[in-house]
Ligand binder design. Structure first.
Ligand code: EPZ
Length: 430
């Protein structure tokens, strides 16, 4: 088991190149199943979630050729529509996109219910509502297998989502791309990765309009062909490094980004007193360590609101801000498991359901802590770099699900971070 050893307490300076968006890649890769021909996908982040998705596609018969660590060529001509078992999909919540892709191509899908981050109940009722509207009969068998079946393929439909759901929006797009007739998704999610999936499918010959708004129209086409497509930069990875600069102090620039995708994040950083400098494809955050952050209130919302995937990271800033801040989680029931770990580092926070109240402290203290999920792990790394002294972070496998080359990128901006094997750590303790 790996452990990060982090010595914090000093300002960070330098640039971080941002990788391709995890949550775009995890929708686009299953989308390749719909395409007749070879797809070349570029700017893929080299993270374990992507590796797991590629492993699943390969186990289904997709032919995958790695051109380099961030580029693959995939031909799904020989993909077999066999039941995708739990042991294959359990590591990856996004495996549910296989249902939409297999339904869209074969008119039938059997995929085990997903695993993934554990912060409250994460239903897929809106996905199922979409599949049923497209004419599928959907059942969940005893073994937790989602079975979606149509007599002779999916038929376009009007679908009004009861909840703004990224996953349901993307899954319905996948299922409807080659439907007979037109599908309209109302109350659709508007995240950048929704637009990226629509752009990928359109590059393969689909006819999707309105992605990025709350009404998406999908005119079904006969066939999708192969293509070359480059994944958009990861808004949450970029936001994490910008927020790290505000937490530790210093000046950090994220490069290869789309500043517009970061607007809700940089607006909050600016509200807290960090200086933001924007260029065409880069954003810089500057905050002298001796100039304390201002307190603010935050509520997470669907895009273009403040993203829930930046909530744990900003909690570190609120824990250090001058005054009382209120953080409201607008998306999930229970995304505060990491607060106990922050308390071990001296944070003064109380949690009541979806609301966390932070009484800012001057400094966080180093401590041994444990990541509870992907973004919580990133937040603890930030807290350790802001704290003056040496911290250790266990369960870093969560972090490596979503942050490519994180040790290398942190060291490049001056962070003192080591990754050691757990047994080494216990040996070191004697
Ligand atoms: C995606 O999850 C992301 N994961 C999550 O990022 C992100 O937090 C989330 O969108 C919100 O932005 C991937 O893209 C792989 P949702 P998803 O469906 O699609 C409820 C990360 O850190 N809901 O938009 O599962 C749901 O319970 C991960 O990268 C239903 O009620 O999220 C939640 O409260 C963590 N019924 C809300 O909607 C449904 O059928 C939003 O969920 C589906 C969702």
């Amino acid at each position: 088991m790996e452990q990060y050893v982090i010595r914090g307490g000093r300002e960070l300076y330098g640039s971080v190149p941002i990788s391709g968006a995890k949550n775009a890649a995890l929708g686009i890769l299953p989308g390749v199943i719909l395409c007749r021909g070879t797809c070349r996908i570029e700017n893929l982040p080299q993270i374990s979630d992507v590796a797991n998705m590629l492993e699943i596609l390969s186990s289904m018969g997709a032919q995958i050729r790695y051109l380099n660590k961030n580029t693959v060529e995939i031909n799904s001509a020989h993909v077999k529509n066999l039941p995708t078992p739990y042991e294959v999909v359990r590591k990856l919540r996004a495996s549910y996109y296989l249902i939409g892709a297999l339904l869209g191509r074969f008119g039938h899908a059997e995929v085990a219910l997903p695993g993934g981050c554990d912060f409250g109940f994460r239903p897929i009722d809106q996905h199922i509502k979409g599949f049923e509207a497209l004419g599928a009969t959907v059942s969940i068998t005893d073994g937790g297998i989602v079975e979606a079946h149509t007599e002779d393929g999916v038929v376009g439909a009007e679908i009004f989502l009861d909840v703004v759901s990224v996953g349901a929006t993307m899954n319905i797009m996948l299922a409807a791309a080659m439907a007979r007739g037109t599908t309209v998704i109302e109350n659709a999610a508007r995240e950048p990765h929704i637009v990226d999936l629509a752009n990928f499918l359109n590059t393969c010959g689909a006819d999707i309009t309105g992605a990025g708004t709350d009404v998406i129209k999908i005119r079904g086409v006969e066939e999708l062909h192969g293509c070359t497509y480059s994944i958009i930069p990861d808004q949450i990875e970029a936001g994490t490094y910008l927020t790290l600069a505000a937490a530790a102090g210093g000046e950090v620039t994220v490069t290869g980004v789309i500043p517009k995708h970061l607007e809700s994040i940089t607006a909050k950083l600016s509200e807290m007193g960090a200086e933001i400098i924007e260029h065409d494809e880069s954003v810089t955050v500057r905050r002298p360590r001796d100039r304390r952050l201002r307190r603010i209130n935050i509520k997470t919302q669907p895009y273009p609101g403040f993203p829930t995937d930046m909530q744990p990271q900003f909690a570190v800033l609120l824990a250090l801000a001058d005054g009382t801040s209120i953080l409201t989680e607008g998306i999930y029931d229970n995304r505060y498991k990491y607060v106990n770990e922050l308390r071990r580092m001296g944070a003064n926070a109380t949690v009541d359901g979806r609301i966390a109240v932070f009484e800012g402290v001057e400094r966080l203290s180093p401590a041994p802590v444990r990541a509870t999920d992907l973004r919580a792990g990133a937040a603890l790394i930030m807290a350790a770099l802001a704290a003056d002294g040496t911290s250790t972070i266990d369960e870093v496998r969560y972090v490596e699900r979503g942050y490519e080359d994180i040790i290398k990128k942190l060291r490049a901006i001056g962070a003192d971070v080591k990754c050691i094997e757990q047994y080494e750590a216990t040996k070191a303790l004697g």
